[in-house]
Design a protein around this ligand. Structure first.
Ligand code: NAP
Length: 306
C-alpha cells in the first residue's frame, strides 16, 4: 500500500466510529506534510456533492491579511473556504486561493448572496460579481445569506445557475425552521445546507433535529462564538481539554464534528489554523457531551445582528 493510501485508510478508520451516522462520509484529501492528521473527513450532501466537515472562515479578514490567511489556511490543509459578498474580501480571498497554488478542483469555495441583491435579476448579477472578484468560473456552494427580501426570486435564479453548472450546490444561511419549510414548499432543487450560528453557548437543538429530518446539512458559523462569552477561558471546556490533552478550541471543534456539523473557524494565526485541524485523534465521551450540553444558553451571542 502506498504511503498516501495508508494515511487515507488510517484516518478513515480512526474516524469511522463517529462518521457512521454520516451517510456517505469519506475522507477528504489534504496531505500537506505539516499536519499530524493529514486529512479532513467530508460529508455527502443531499445532491451527492462531498464537502469537508471542517473549513476556514474569512469574516473580518480583509486585504493583504485575508490573502495571506487564505493562502496559509490552504497550505496547512484546509480545502473549504467560506466568504461572502458582504465581507468585502472576495478579491483578497481569490488572490489567496491563487497564491496557494492548489488545483481549483481540490478546493470547496463558498460565497453568499447579500440581502441588497435579493430577487431573480439581482441574484444573477451578484453571483457573477462574486465569481469575477474571486477569479473563479464556478462556486462549489452559494448561499442566500439571510432570509430577507425576495427569497423566492433569488432561489429561482440560484436553481438556474446550478442547472447551468455555475454552482455545484445551493443553500441558505440563517434560516429558521419555518423559513426553511417555506422554501422547501416551492423549491424545485432542495437546499443542501443551512449555515447558522452554532456553538457551545447556542447549540440550536431545534434546527439540528429539523435539518436532520429534511436532510439539509447543518453548518456552524462562529463555531467559537467569535471568542465571546469568555469561550477561550471557560473552565468547563478547559477541564475537558485537559482530560484529552487538547485545547478549548479543539474541544469545541471536536464537539461540532461529533454532531456531524460542518464548522468553519476563522483564525489570523497559522499556529491556530494548524491547532484547529488537529481534532481527529480523540473522542469526546458521553460524560463530556453531557457536560457540554449544560453550557447551552439557547440564545445568540450576536444580538446586534438580529
Ligand atoms: N452566515 C453568516 O451569517 C455568518 C456570520 C458570521 C460568521 N460566518 C462565517 O463563520 C466564520 C467563523 O466565524 P467567526 O469569524 O465569527 O468567528 P469564530 O471562528 O467563531 O472565532 C474566531 C476567533 O477565534 C480565535 N481563534 C481561532 N482559533 C483559535 C485557537 N485555536 N485558539 C484561540 N483562539 C482562536 C480567532 O483569533 P485568532 O485570529 O487570533 O486566531 C478569532 O478571534 C466566519 O469567518 C464566516 O466565514 C457566517
Amino acid at each position: 500500500m502506498k504511503r498516501r493510501d495508508f494515511l487515507r485508510t488510517s484516518a478513515a478508520l480512526a474516524t469511522s466510529a463517529i462518521l457512521l451516522p454520516l451517510a456517505g462520509a469519506r475522507v477528504f484529501g489534504a496531505f500537506s506534510g505539516l499536519l499530524k492528521y493529514k486529512s479532513i473527513p467530508e460529508v455527502r450532501l443531499n445532491n451527492g456533492i462531498h464537502m469537508p466537515l471542517l473549513g476556514f472562515g474569512t469574516n473580518t479578514l480583509g486585504g493583504p491579511v485575508a490573502e495571506q490567511c487564505v493562502a496559509d489556511a490552504i497550505s496547512v490543509g484546509y480545502r473549504l473556504i467560506d466568504t461572502a459578498h458582504v465581507y468585502g474580501n472576495e478579491e483578497a480571498v481569490g488572490t489567496g486561493i491563487k497564491k496557494s497554488g492548489i488545483n481549483r478542483k481540490e478546493l470547496f469555495i463558498t460565497s453568499k448572496l447579500w440581502v441588497d441583491n435579493s430577487g431573480y435579476e439581482g441574484t444573477k448579477k451578484a453571483f457573477q460579481t462574486s465569481i469575477d472578484k474571486l477569479g473563479l468560473d464556478y462556486l462549489d456552494l452559494y448561499l442566500i445569506h439571510r432570509p430577507r427580501g425576495d427569497v423566492k426570486g433569488s432561489w429561482k435564479a440560484m436553481e438556474e445557475l446550478f442547472q447551468a453548472g455555475k454552482i455545484k450546490a445551493i443553500g441558505v444561511s440563517n434560516f429558521e425552521p419555518a423559513q426553511m419549510a417555506e422554501l422547501l414548499s416551492y423549491a424545485k432543487i432542495r437546499p443542501v445546507i443551512n449555515q447558522i450560528e452554532t456553538h457551545v453557548f447556542f447549540q440550536e437543538h431545534i434546527s439540528y433535529e429539523s435539518l436532520k429530518k429534511t436532510e439539509v446539512q447543518m453548518e456552524a458559523w462562529s463555531p467559537f462564538a467569535a471568542g465571546r462569552n469568555g469561550i477561550f477561558s471557560n473552565p468547563t471546556l478547559a477541564a475537558i481539554g485537559q482530560k484529552h490533552h487538547k485545547s478549548i478550541a479543539q474541544v469545541c471543534l471536536r464537539w461540532h464534528f461529533q454532531r456531524g456539523i460542518v464548522a468553519i473557524p476563522r483564525s489570523s494565526q497559522k499556529a491556530h489554523m494548524i491547532e484547529n485541524l488537529d481534532i481527529f485523534d480523540f473522542e469526546l465521551d458521553s460524560s463530556d457531551l453531557h457536560t457540554i450540553s449544560t453550557l447551552d444558553l439557547n440564545k445568540t451571542q450576536f444580538p446586534e445582528w438580529g
